[in-house]
Design a protein around this ligand. Structure first.
Ligand SMILES: C[S@@+](CC[C@H](N)C(=O)[O-])C[C@H]1O[C@@H](n2cnc3c(N)ncnc32)[C@H](O)[C@@H]1O
Length: 409
């Protein structure tokens, strides 16, 4: 598949044609070429006078493309961590038992440096690239195109001007021992764009969402888990004769999805979750629903799949967002719902009675808000919303676009 916009198409054509491109990444300016083209790789190294024995990272332009290329060689813990860290300003060092991308790995073929970026200008680029910062070896990183040495700008085959960039290079995170050793074995080798706290939170999230133990842990932690799931499915289906399309936010291992698909038999289902490992489990759990189901690795903070959807539902996921992120998500949910569409939100909340807060929470990862705040943000997003179910610190809210009436209990 060819890339989307004009810059993305030119970039992909340059890489496929064996050229070297200068482009704005999500951090600083970089040089890129095909990672398996020896001539292009030596030219890139020569241009910036980088010693040939030094490794460079392989960059993908979507998590899905990276997982297609590497997924088979990664263990579930690592997949889970990558799902939480990427796309983003992190270069992750991974074990490379299959010896993929040997030219990029240089003198250490057992280690692969992985970057996954989300750059709107280069969205849709389907080829991976070998990339290195656009400077002369040892020189400063370039925040603006003008900061890139003139000789590099003149020598490359393509320049994609990304405007002014944040200017801080990626954090280099070593996850080579993570699969067996867990978060304590992860090492930040270079501080950079993503802070240590965010890295630690991403790696700690691992514990919560291991698909192998999820079911047992969530039932232990939330005794009313099944009641909440049933309330979400009921609120989604209540008063509706037919729903043709639905989107679930935070599909996890597919427990909410299974109930929604059963209650709304005509509906095509799109599920998103940041964890590739959880979605792998969901793929197996939802196999019986055949082609009705499409699952995508994405964060709720990313653009939502294009609608329109008649239903958007979510259980136990939105509370991972900050208040501002929730308000922003609600506006984006409103935009992908069709007229008369419905948003059903089942989640952990901050209850009025603090003694009712029984769900165990991880600071920095679980960020519940009150029902009142969430109703207000929903109203600001253009919804008519109300609470239809609650038990302790769990709640189900139904929000309708102005054209539709709020159904539910
Ligand atoms: C508790 S599980 C809920 C799964 C399912 N809905 C259920 O009720 O069993 C939460 C899910 O949200 C996902 N998640 C957490 N934060 C997310 C984010 N910012 N974007 C997308 N998914 C996220 C996690 O990977 C996990 O699979």
């Amino acid at each position: 598949m060819m890339a989307g916009g004009a810059d993305a198409r030119r970039f992909e054509a340059c890489i496929r044609g064996g050229g070297v491109a200068l482009f704005g990444a999500d951090t600083v300016y970089g040089l890129a070429c095909a990672p398996d083209d020896p001539d292009a790789v030596s030219r890139l190294y020569e241009l910036k006078r980088r010693p040939s024995g030094k490794a460079a990272a392989v960059m993908f332009f979507s998590v899905a493309a990276a997982l297609r290329a590497l997924g088979g060689s990664l263990g579930p813990r690592t997949l889970e961590a990558l799902g939480r860290l990427l796309p983003g300003g992190v270069t992750v060092l991974l074990d490379n038992p299959a010896r993929l991308f040997p030219l990029a790995c240089a003198e250490d073929p057992a280690t692969l440096g992985l970057r996954v970026v989300s750059i709107p200008q280069l969205a849709g680029v389907s080829v991976p690239v070998l990339q290195s910062s656009a400077n002369l070896a040892g020189g400063p990183d370039a925040r603006r195109l003008e900061d890139v040495p003139a000789e590099l700008r003149a020598a490359v085959d393509l320049v994609v001007d990304g405007g002014e960039l944040p200017g801080v290079p990626s954090t280099v995170l070593d996850l080579r021992r993570f699969e067996r050793g867990g978060a304590d074995t992860a090492r930040v080798l270079r501080a950079g764009a993503v802070g240590e706290q965010a890295i630690a939170a991403a790696l700690a999230g691992q514990f919560h969402f291991d698909p192998a133990t999820y079911d047992e842990l969530i039932h232990d932690d939330i005794p009313s888990y099944d009641a909440l799931q049933d309330a979400v499915a009921e609120a989604a289906a209540a008063g509706r004769v037919h729903v043709g399309s639905m989107l679930e936010l935070g599909t996890g291992t597919g427990e909410t999805a299974r109930r929604l698909l059963a209650r709304l038999p005509g509906a095509a289902f799109v599920g998103v979750d940041e964890s590739a490992a959880m979605l792998e489990a969901a793929t197996a759990a939802l196999a019986g629903f055949g082609e009705r189901v499409a699952l995508r690795v994405a964060r709720l903070q990313d653009p939502l799949p294009e609608g329109p959807f008649e239903l958007v539902a979510s259980a136990l996921c939105v509370h991972h967002l900050t208040g501002a992120e929730k308000a922003d998500l609600f506006a984006r949910v409103r935009a992908v719902l069709s007229p008369g569409g419905r948003f059903v939100l089942g989640d952990v909340v901050v209850p009025d009675d603090t003694a009712a807060a029984t769900t165990s929470l991880t600071p920095g990862y679980d960020r519940p808000d009150t029902v009142a705040d969430q109703l207000r943000w929903l109203a600001e997003a253009g919804f008519e919303a109300r609470l239809v179910w609650s038990q302790g610190d769990l709640a189900v809210i139904v929000a309708a676009t102005a054209v539709g009436r709020v159904e539910g209990r």
